[in-house]
Design a binder for this molecule. Structure first.
Ligand SMILES: CC(C)(COP(=O)(O)OP(=O)(O)OC[C@H]1O[C@@H](n2cnc3c(N)ncnc32)[C@H](O)[C@@H]1OP(=O)(O)O)[C@@H](O)C(=O)NCCC(=O)NCCS
Length: 177
């Protein structure tokens, strides 16, 4: 499904293979500026060709936030594989350029991707570094609940990162309204 929504200041639309070059550039920026928040590394993704990012965009549902035609934020969604897990999906790759933060773009991206996810799965999960307060506050504010904490889940440059596992169960969210 093609997801499009507008606010007076931003356009949210699905990224496709044609967007791979600017998507890769934004990923590399994210991995440079916020390496502690991301599950990947600059070294790994810098070595991948644009065609890898094009495939990634076609294999997932990744939304981009645009301001004046510039890609300034992203959020991805993918349905889990296998017959016993296909009722669940995963969010990944949330990032907003620093100059565009605190203006509601991440919330706009999250709500738009949840509209897509609600049509395809019952539960959406994500992983967030435990001390990433901005991201955790955002996810909690839209209904995600922590269901697990993995200590020393990631290790980078000799430093360990604990990761919180969060989920939003659409059936429970509906019950509580
Ligand atoms: C986390 C991130 C995506 C938020 O983007 P954003 O566009 O600034 O977020 P929004 O303006 O939509 O804010 C939505 C909510 O997030 C929370 N939030 C965002 N920034 C925050 C901050 N600096 N401190 C505390 N809460 C914050 C608030 O609950 C906010 O709601 P409010 O404005 O009503 O208080 C952005 O800071 C970012 O890209 N960080 C680096 C990458 C990252 O951490 N990604 C998440 C990986 S799991």
């Amino acid at each position: 499904m093609e997801s499009r929504s507008m606010s007076p200041a931003a356009t949210i639309r699905r990224l496709r293979a044609d967007d791979a070059a600017c998507f890769k550039a934004l990923r590399l920026e994210a991995l440079t500026i916020s390496p502690e928040s991301m599950g990947s590394t600059f070294e790994l993704e810098n070595g991948l060709g644009v065609e890898w990012f094009a495939r990634r965009l076609e294999d997932t549902h990744t939304l981009g936030a645009f301001r004046d035609g510039e890609l300034v934020g992203t959020l991805g969604f993918v349905v889990q594989q296998g017959p016993k897990h296909a009722h669940k999906g995963r969010l990944f790759g949330m990032y907003v350029k620093p100059a565009f933060r605190r203006s509601g773009l991440a919330r706009l991206l999250a709500n738009a991707i949840l509209d897509v996810a609600r049509e395809q799965v019952e539960i959406v999960q994500l992983i967030v570094v435990q001390d990433n307060v901005p991201a955790r506050r955002l996810y909690e504010s839209i209904g995600f609940v922590e269901f697990g904490l993995e200590l020393k889940a990631a290790k980078d440059g000799g430093r360990y990162y604990d990761e919180a596992h969060m989920a939003l169960d659409f059936s429970r969210a509906a019950d509580s309204t």
